[in-house]
Design a protein around this ligand. Structure first.
Ligand SMILES: NC(=O)c1ccc[n+]([C@@H]2O[C@H](COP(=O)([O-])OP(=O)(O)OC[C@H]3O[C@@H](n4cnc5c(N)ncnc54)[C@H](O)[C@@H]3O)[C@@H](O)[C@H]2O)c1
Length: 343
């Protein structure tokens, strides 16, 4: 399994994107966001996504030159048309608007339609956190999740993420796991996935990776996850006027544009209390939560964000381990656009 330093992986990814026709400033943003996910241990949303993005670009199904445009802005509300541009570029632009508007009005709600896959939500929510804001990010996604009691996909894995000034960051799919974890098992020829992750194409629970890859993801916690996925669909797609449910395409499927919608909600903490006070309160709350005695089989209590921050510190020191299947796929993708792998 190759272990690659983050800057090397970033520059390899950037070269692939450039060769696939992405302008340099956008290639840097995409590569930066993907490698950041690998650094955090969220490999489902790291460089594994590049192959799908390159497929889309080479098929002419994502426009690397589209800038997106503000459709309307009124008070704290902004509607953005992504014009089928690069998802990370649209998210970067929308985070900029959300941060600006939250500074003016205390709260900003930006929704984007006609966008593309933007990777892990945390990268975008963290941008708002860095500006002293609470950042909440959601998106709809490829309809590979059946509604509760159904056997055909209608929702995406529709993630919800919230970052705050302080030691807590929740970033989760509204399915048991993100679809990328099933893709990762498939790409790396792992025959089995854990129970509770997926259904086969007939809507029957499966642990067979291949069946799951061609099947569907399970809503998190039954009808409650289904309800959360619906909530995300409303705030992203219904509110933005974008593609809803199975009008959305998918990064694995050619012949249909992805057309995802995204939502960026920013809350200016300083409108409620000084930023330092909020951060200190977050630290106290996390300490209170962690003071609960660990259950049998555990030696500590963690909060959201802990696993990823720990992995990030370790991978910054020692490099990013890339599974064989992922590395092979990435090198093949690079070869398609005539880019040589790093030594
Ligand atoms: N762009 C898209 O279309 C899309 C769609 C779905 C998911 N995603 C991304 O997929 C990524 C992975 O999602 P996931 O649901 O598989 O994540 P996950 O299940 O690995 O983690 C979910 C959350 O649980 C927290 N957590 C993990 N272990 C914990 C513990 N022991 N105690 C307390 N908290 C703990 C993590 O910090 C994280 O915030 C996310 O970055 C998400 O944004 C993207």
């Amino acid at each position: 399994m190759p272990t690659v330093a983050a800057p090397v992986l970033r520059s390899f990814s950037e070269s692939i994107l450039l060769a696939a026709g992405v302008p340099a400033h956008k290639a840097a943003i995409v590569a930066g966001s993907l490698v950041a996910a690998n650094l955090r241990g969220v490999d489902s949303h790291g460089i594994q996504l590049l192959t799908f993005y390159v497929d889309q670009l080479l098929a002419g199904e994502m426009d690397p030159h589209a800038e997106g445009r503000v459709t309307s802005e009124s008070g704290s509300c902004l509607l953005f048309d992504g014009q089928n541009g690069i998802g990370q570029w649209i998210a970067e632009t929308c985070c900029g608007h959300a941060t600006r508007i939250a500074g003016q009005h205390g709260v900003a709600l930006v929704t984007a339609r006609e966008s593309n896959h933007f990777g892990a939500c945390a990268w975008w929510a963290e941008k708002m956190r860095e500006a002293g804001l609470i950042g909440i990010v959601m998106c709809n996604a490829s309809p590979i999740v059946p509604p509760w009691q159904a056997k055909q996909g209608r929702f995406g894995t529709n993630p919800i993420c919230m970052a705050v000034p302080g030691p807590w960051l929740l970033d989760m799919a509204t399915t048991t796991v993100a679809a990328g974890k099933v893709f990762k098992a498939f790409i790396n020829h792992q025959p089995e996935i854990p129970a509770g992750w997926a259904f086969n194409a007939e809507g029957v629970a499966t642990t067979n990776t291949e069946e799951a890859y061609h099947g569907m993801l399970m809503p998190l916690g039954g009808y409650k996850g289904s309800g959360l996925g619906f909530l995300v669909e409303i705030l992203c797609a219904v509110l933005s006027g974008g593609a809803m449910s199975n009008e959305v395409g998918g990064i694995r499927f050619r012949g249909k544009l992805v057309r995802t919608s995204q939502m960026f909600l920013a809350i200016d903490v300083a409108r409620y209390m000084p930023l330092e006070e909020f951060t200190a309160r977050m630290e106290s709350l996390v300490a209170l939560v962690k003071s609960a005695p660990p259950a049998p089989g555990y030696d500590e209590v963690l909060v959201a964000g802990d696993p990823e921050w720990r992995t990030q510190a370790e991978r910054l020191r020692n490099g990013i381990p890339i599974s064989e299947g992922n590395w092979e796929t990435l090198v093949k993708t690079a070869a398609r656009v005539k880019v040589a792998p790093p030594e």
